[in-house]
Design a protein around this ligand. Sequence first.
Ligand code: AMP
Ligand code: MG
Length: 698
Amino acid sequence: MTFDTVLMVDWSGGNDRGPTPKKDAIWVCAARAGMSEEPVYLRNRQVAEDWIAAFLTAERAAGRRVLAGFDFAFGYPVGFGKTLTGSDDPFAIWDWFAERVEDAPGSNNRFDLAGQINGLFSGLGPFWGNGLKRDIADLPRKGRDRNGHQMPEKRQAEEQAKGAFPVWQLSGAGAVGSQVIMGLPMLARLRQRFAASVWPFEPLISDIAIVEIWPSLISKAVAATQPEGRIKDAHQVWLLAQTISGLPDTDLDRLLKTPPNPEGSILGLGHEQMLTDAALGKLAPPPLRNDCFAMPQGAYWTPVDDALAHLKAQLRSVTGTEDLPVSEAAGRFLAQDAKAMRSHPPAPNAAVDGYGFAGPAGEGAQNYRLVDGRSAAGQPYPGSVSKGQAIRILTGANLPDGVDTVVLQEDVKTGNGRVAFHGPLKRGANARDAGEDMRAGAVIISAGRQLTPADLATITAAGVGQVSARKKLRVGVLSTGDELRDAGTPAGPGNIYDANRPMLCATAKGWGYQVIDLGRAPDDRPTLRGILDDAANSCDVILTSGGASAGDEDHMSALLEGTGTLALWRMAIKPGRPLALGLWQDTPVFGLPGNPVAAMVCALIFAQPALQVLAGGEWNDPQGFMVPAGFSKSKKDGRREYLRARINDGRVEIFASEGSGRVSGLSWATGLVELGDQAQQIAPGDPVKFLPFGSFNL
Ligand code: AMP
Ligand code: MG
C-alpha cells in the first residue's frame, strides 16, 4: 500500500472566531516523499472541512493517493453503538452524529446531544463535563458523579496509549470527547463524498484512506525537534506528516496491517520507538533502487557527461543521522539546516579601540568630556553616556547606552578628562550593529554542506553547540588480482604491488569518510563473493579496483552480473573505460579499473561526486579554470581525456608519458587537464581546462 501524499490534521473541539490565531484551533500539514510542507492554520471546523475537501479533490485529480490522519477517536468502546444505533457498526455511529450535530462557528449542540445520549443509558453517564453555564439534564459536570452507565471507561487503544484521554470527557484540560463528537460528522461526510476507506474498519481499497492518529505517540521527537516560534500543534502535524510519508512501504504496511476493530485504533500504536526514531531521522534511509545504475545503452561508448548526469539523478544519501557537538563535526555533512540560536554580534559593539559617543561628529575640531569608566569586551559599561560625553571603549566591547559611534584611538588626543579629534565622523563609524553578521533564527549553513573549520566558527558564533549530522559514510576498499602483493612484502617477477588500495583508502579518508580496508581478493569467484558478502554488512559503499572489464579473469563484473544489478559502463574516457557498477545486497559497488592511473581518474571523476551524495552532501562538479597550454597535442574524437598536469610559469604542462601504467605521473601532477569529447588540435598557448586536485576535494 503506497501513498503519494500524507495529510495530518490536528482537529479541535473549540472554534476560533477571533482575529488572532488561537493555539487550539485546527492545524493541517501535507507531506510527500518524506518532506512536509509548511503547516496550515485553519481557524474553525467549517473552514477546515472545506480546505480538506478541496485538498483531497486536488490530490485525486493529480492522480495521487492520500493517507489522511485525524487526531481523534474514530469509535467508542464496544457496546456504545448497540445502545445508540442498534448496531456496533462504527459507520452507523458516524452517520448518527452527522444527522444530529449542529455546528456553526458561534455555537453548536454537542453538550445537549451528549445529554440526550446519556438518557439512552441506564444510570448517569457515560458522557460528562458539561462546559456550559446552564445545566443539562443527564450530563454531569464531574466524572465522579456518573454511575451505572455500564460503558468501559476506555477503548483498547486508550488502555494501551499512555496518557490518552477517554472519549467520554467533554471539557477540561486534555479532554477529547468534544473533538470526537464534532469530528465524526465531518469524517462521515468526507467518507461519503470521496468514497474513502477508513482504517481499521475496512480494507483500504480507495485512493483516499482515513486513519486515526495521535501525535503524542512521538511526543519525544516532537519536543526534541520543535523549532523556536512554531506552535506545538503545528509542529506535531508537520513532524508526523513528514515521518509517516517518509516511512519505507514495508514499515507503513506493518502499521496498517491490524485486525479490523470497531472501536478504532491509533496508527502506530505499539511502534512508538520505530516512529520516534524515524521522526528523529535516526533510521538509515532506504537502500538505493535495484536499477539505479542501469543506463540506456544507446551509444556504444557512454559519454562522461551522460554517466555523471545519470549518477546525479539516481543517487541519494544512504546514511543515517546523529547529533554531534560542534567540536566533533568537522568534515561531517549537515543533515539539517543549522540556524542561528542568537544574533551575531549579540549586541552593538566597537570594531576598534577608541572612544565612543553619540554620532555623528561634525566638521572640524571636536571635544568631548570623558565619563569615568570604560567598556571592554566581556566587561560592559553599565551606565549610559549622555550627549556631549565620550567613553573609553575597546574592540569587541558592547556600546554603552547613548553610544553609537567610535573614534579610533590613533586619531585622538586626551587629557584633563577630555578627548579631542577632528571631524567629521559618520554616525555608526567603527561600530558593529547587533546581528549585522547573522540574525537569530536565520539559516546560517544549509543541510548537505560538508562542514569546514570555518563553518565550526560560524555556527559556534551563532550560539549553536550541537548539529544534526550525517553518520560517516563507510567506504570499503578492495583490490582484486592474483598478481597483487602487499606493500613491503616479498614479490616475485610475476607480482606487482597493490598500489591502488593505499591510494584509494587515503583518498576516501581525505574526503571525510570512514574507510574499511577490505584487503585483496584473488581472482577466484567464491572467495570474492565471500568478501563482498561481509563487506555489504559493514560498508555503505564499496570501491573495488581490477577485474572490472568483461574478460575471463574479470570476476568483479561477473559477480555483479549475477546479482542482476550490474551496469557495465563502457565509458568514453581515457584513461578508464570500463566501470562496473552494481549493488551487492543493497550496497552500491563501484568497480574501478585496475590500472592505478585509470583507477584514480575514475575515482575522481565518478566516485567523488557519487560518494558525496551517498554521504549526504551535494553533487560536486569540480571547478576548473582555463590556462594556456604548455604542450601540443592532437586529440581523437569521441572520448573525454584526462591528462596528468601541473602549472608551471602560468602555463599548464602535461606528464611526459600518457601511458596509464605510469603511476609516478600521478605524483608529479597537481591536477588534470580535461579535454572535451571532440577531436582537437592543441598548440602551445591555446587555453585548456585545468582541474586542480583540490577541485576533487583532495
Ligand atoms: P585488471 O583490470 O584487473 O585487468 O587490471 C588492469 C591492470 O591494472 C593490470 O596490469 C593489473 O595488474 C593492474 N592492477 C590491478 N589492480 C592493481 C592494484 N591494486 N595495484 C596496482 N596495479 C593493479
Ligand atoms: Mg585483474
